[in-house]
Design a protein around this ligand. Structure first.
Ligand code: UGA
Length: 441
């Protein structure tokens, strides 16, 4: 795409690391990707992409000669000044972020005046300050630190990298922050010297760390808010889809993340909302709102059970088909997926559960004991008393609802994402109920 640019290292080849590496390679950098998982590195070296992410395999293949995959940190240190850190920060039992992988990276760094860690992993506010303290204690105070949080969405991560809303760089105003901004330059707005849409936010390290947590917590709050509006709509005869349309036209509110459904999942929102709540608590502030955001989300996953019970008059011996398992479409990620809670609750209530997901079946299998996995939507619906749309994959939106009805034993269709045409469902002989809309039959 452009002339040779600064080589970089990326530590961690999960979805953030791999997309970042392939993205910077596309912009012209040589990238040394380091991962402790030898098997993953071997797969990447064979040209296999360990995760499902649209466009990623193509981007990696296109830039193959600029990408090196290794378990050894030495070539990254030798060739690159900037070492992007994209390792996991999963929640601990208490909900705090587990920083052991981040700390292992910090510990593995040599004393150097030439290098900087650029933190992509989502970390608590204060991690930068702690890392700098650790570096100082270990005699590595020449090592620079930059916070550069990631805003990629699974399913559209490649497009998000190449056309970011904003690029946030938190640093101490030194060469390392300048070098990170230069790397992103082509993706920044013309005023910043680029030809992309990205607004630059250059700030201090703690503020950059907080932008990430606050953004995810705000989006999660928006979802829990519209889900509660949906629940009130059900009681009052309003239609949440119409309400969200009316609200979203106010520019201050905006139309995005106002889709009511059966709760948010994924590797980020549940973890980051809890982590921010914990971070606040640990620093002596009780973040009231976030408790409700989490609680509403848990209850929202369970409300579908009530709808099924109401329509079927009990769940014992009933066959329920789940369409979609992944936490959202276009990913095989099952982390914190609402389908897991739903399936377990249905089984506990005595129902037989069958499911189909276009991609995540194999990933989901070990997590869904006793759930029958069907090869396609109509096979899942075959003989079912009720069908629940859990994840709004396009192929489910395109389903012929008359075929769906014909495959079923019963006639109940619960649309957990308000993604289907309720009138067409009724015309096909189904009893249709969405989220926050009047049931139709
Ligand atoms: C989220 C953020 O959107 C990204 O900006 C961020 O970089 C990422 O977390 C991260 O921290 O790594 P992601 O988890 O990929 O991205 O998924 P989203 O598209 O944000 O969806 C999250 C959940 O919210 C899904 O379960 C989705 O079904 C649900 N959702 C989303 C709703 O229920 N309603 C909506 O209107 C929107």
């Amino acid at each position: 795409m452009s002339a040779a640019r600064e080589p970089i290292g990326v530590i961690g080849t999960g979805y953030v690391g791999l997309v970042t590496a392939a993205g910077f390679a596309e912009l012209g950098s040589d990238v040394v990707c380091v991962d402790i998982d030898a098997e993953k590195v071997a797969r990447l070296n064979r040209g296999e992409i360990p995760i499902y992410e649209p466009g990623l395999a193509e981007l990696v293949a296109k830039n193959r000669e600029r990408l090196t995959f290794t378990t050894d940190i030495a070539p990254a240190l030798e060739r690159a000044r900037l070492l992007f850190v994209a390792v996991g920060t999963p929640p601990t039992y208490s909900g705090d972020a587990d920083l052991s992988a981040v700390n292992a990276v910090v510990g593995a760094m040599p004393a150097s005046d030439r290098h900087a860690l650029v933190m992509k992993s989502t970390v608590p506010v204060g991690t930068g300050a702690n890392t700098k303290r650790l570096f100082a204690e270990q005699g590595k105070s020449g090592f620079r630190y930059v916070s550069c949080p990631e805003f990629l969405k699974e399913g559209t991560a490649v497009a998000d990298f190449l056309a970011p809303d904003r690029v946030v760089v938190g640093d101490d105003g030194d060469w390392a922050g300048d070098a990170v901004v230069d790397l992103y330059r082509p993706l920044l707005v013309p005023d910043e010297g680029g030809n992309g849409p990205g607004q630059l936010v250059r700030t201090d390290i703690a503020s950059a760390e907080m932008v990430k947590l606050a953004s995810n917590a705000f989006l999660a709050t928006k979802i829990s808010f519209i889900n509660e509006i949906a629940n009130v709509c059900e009681e009052t005869g309003a239609d949440v889809v119409e309400v969200a349309r009316g609200m979203g036209l106010d520019e201050r509110i905006g139309p995005k993340f106002l889709n009511a459904g059966i709760g948010f999942g994924g590797s980020c929102f549940p973890k980051d909302v809890t982590a921010l709540k914990q971070l606040a608590g640990n620093s002596g502030y009780h973040f009231q709102l976030l408790n409700s955001v989490i609680e509403v989300n848990e209850l929202q996953k369970r409300r579908v059970i009530g709808k099924l019970e109401k329509h079927l008059g009990g769940l014992v011996g009933k066959r329920i088909a789940l369409l979609g398992l992944a936490f959202k479409p276009n990913t095989d990620d099952m982390r914190e997926a609402s389908s897991l809670v739903l399936a377990a609750r249905l089984q506990a209530a005595g129902a037989d559960v069958v499911a189909h997901d276009p991609i995540s079946g194999e990933v989901a299998k070990p997590m869904l004991r006793g759930v029958e996995l069907a090869p396609d939507a109509l096979s899942a619906a075959h003989g079912a008393d009720a069908v629940v749309l859990v994840t709004e994959w396009q192929e489910f939106r395109d389903l012929d609802l008359a075929d769906l009805r014909a495959a079923m034993r019963g006639d109940v269709l619960i649309d957990g994402r308000n993604a289907l045409d309720g009138e067409a469902a009724v015309a096909a002989g189904l009893r249709y109920e969405g989220i926050g809309r009047t049931a139709r039959s």
